[in-house]
Design a protein around this ligand. Structure first.
Ligand SMILES: Cc1ncc(COP(=O)(O)O)c(C=O)c1O
Length: 456
């Protein structure tokens, strides 16, 4: 008999097929990405890195068992080396980087490795505060990195944009070794040029090198698709990302950088030019053990997909859908942080719109098959457990093929559920509205099942 786990996987397939995923950090991977993730590459240990120095003419399609030069601590690498090299080359092409480390197990691991590569304990990082939209790994006190380094936070303005004046003031006052631009709940396009200018003024003041780091975990797919500026094109030194959000690859992390690419075996001097080597050493052996080569293979497949012209169209449609959904929501009385969106993500102030908090709304929408998450707003009396907002986005539904027409329908369901929450007042009372919620659930299911989930 099959393990119970497989029954639960079957259940999850039904949940994903019959509902619509609006969490902006989620997506549906292709059947090819799934197949690489579920492959026998999981059997292989490959601590270290591939190195194709002195192998001119190495090319993607060449399949041989010839052992290529590497810095690995285990034998048997002819295929794994080539797979990881493919992932690295494709990532560099996608993001205009000199170097890519494709081994981080997650976005958090990627960020921690960059900190470890460049900082000494007690050094300062200037990043966006968590309530303003930054990520936990940008200095939340509950994290390991916040115990090691000194994080200073900048915020956002009333209209939801980065407060660049605050950023500049804090940079000049605190003299950080890293200025970090990145976020999990932010709907504007950052002004990378302005951040570079601020960095230059800081360097002029101190005469010391300052790393510019961008955590583009949410928008990497938009960058790859050419609908969002690329921080590496503006003089940023490092860009980290997850591979599973808009980029539509397997769950994992990725670090891209500019600088010299050379052997990670020799300990390099801590200079910005040496960042790629410092990062390789910081990922392995600095913060991780053996890479997950089945995931690296799936990353390579997804980067290959993102290099195709169809991906540009996908990225464009994500943003079009997000803007259309934001417009429809506004027409129906929803108050949006930043008054709309410039990317894939919408932050709704449900408290100001309808008087209830994000938690009851998240639960009620879940009951009809629409999944999103309650989220704090920049100034939020409700705190992390009863936040006043919800965060939603369009990467996953755009993968399934939903377009502008369906955004209208989505907004209308969201308004009907908001009206139910106004009447219910508490999560417990939602069951009193079972009939209405069940009818809506059937409507969502009918639409969702007409847009199949890839790989199911
Ligand atoms: C901006 C940002 N950085 C890092 C991460 C961490 O990624 P992971 O969950 O893969 O560790 C996230 C995840 O949501 C994120 O939004």
């Amino acid at each position: 008999m099959k393990d119970l786990v497989f029954n639960l996987i079957e259940n999850e397939k039904v949940r994903q097929s019959e509902g619509l995923e609006l969490i902006p950090s989620e997506n549906y991977v292709s059947a090819d990405v799934l197949s690489a993730m579920g492959s026998i590459l999981t059997n292989k240990y490959s601590e270290g890195y591939p190195s194709f120095e002195g192998v001119p003419g190495w090319e993607e399609k060449k399949i041989t068992n010839e052992i290529l030069p590497n810095y690995r601590y285990y034998g048997g690498q002819p295929n794994v080396d080539r797979i990881e090299r493919l992932a690295i080359d494709r990532a560099c092409r996608l993001f205009h980087a000199d170097h890519a480390n494709v081994q981080p197990h997650s976005g958090a691991q990627a960020n921690n490795a960059v900190y470890f590569a460049w900082l000494e304990p007690g050094d300062t990082v200037l990043g966006m505060s968590l309530p303003a939209g930054g990520h936990l790994t940008h200095g939340a006190p509950v994290t390991l990195s916040a115990h090691i380094y000194n994080f200073v936070a900048y915020g956002v303005t009333k209209d939801g944009d980065i407060d660049y004046d605050d950023l500049e003031k804090k940079a000049l006052e605190n003299e950080p070794k890293i200025i970090l631009v990145g976020y999990s709940a932010f709907m504007k396009i950052p002004d990378f040029e302005r951040v570079v200018e601020i960095r230059d003024r800081l360097v002029k003041k101190t005469g010391k090198e300052v790393m510019l780091m961008a955590d583009m975990a949410h928008v990497a797919g938009l960058i790859a698709g050419g609908v969002h500026p690329n921080p590496l094109d503006f003089g940023f030194n490092v860009m980290t990302t997850t591979t599973h959000k808009t980029l539509r690859g397997p769950r994992g992390g990725l670090i891209l950088s500019k600088g010299n690419v050379a052997s990670p075996l020799k300990r390099p001097e801590k200079t910005l030019d040496n960042i790629p080597i410092l990062i390789d050493r910081a990922v392995f052996p600095g913060t991780q053990g053996g890479p997950l080569e089945h995931i690296v293979a799936a990353k390579a497949v997804s980067f290959g997909e993102a290099l195709k012209p169809e991906f540009k169209d996908y990225a464009k449609r994500i943003v079009e859908n997000a803007k259309a959904l934001a417009d429809e929501l506004k027409k129906l009385g929803f108050v949006l942080q930043g008054d709309g969106t410039e990317n894939h993500l919408i932050l709704v102030n449900v408290k100001e719109s309808f008087g209830f908090d994000g938690k009851i709304y998240e639960k009620a929408l879940d009951m009809i098959g629409l999944t999103l998450n309650a989220n704090s707003l920049p100034i939020d009396k409700g705190g992390a457990f009863r936040p006043s907002g919800v965060r939603l986005g369009t990467p996953a539904i755009t993968t399934r093929g939903l377009g502008i027409k369906e955004m209208k329908e989505l907004a209308s369901w969201m308004k009907t559920v908001a009206d139910i929450c106004v009447k219910a007042k508490t999560e417990e009372n939602l069951t009193k509205f079972d009939k209405e919620l069940t009818t809506l659930r059937e409507e969502v299911k009918t639409l969702a099942t007409s847009f199949p989930v890839p790989g199911i």
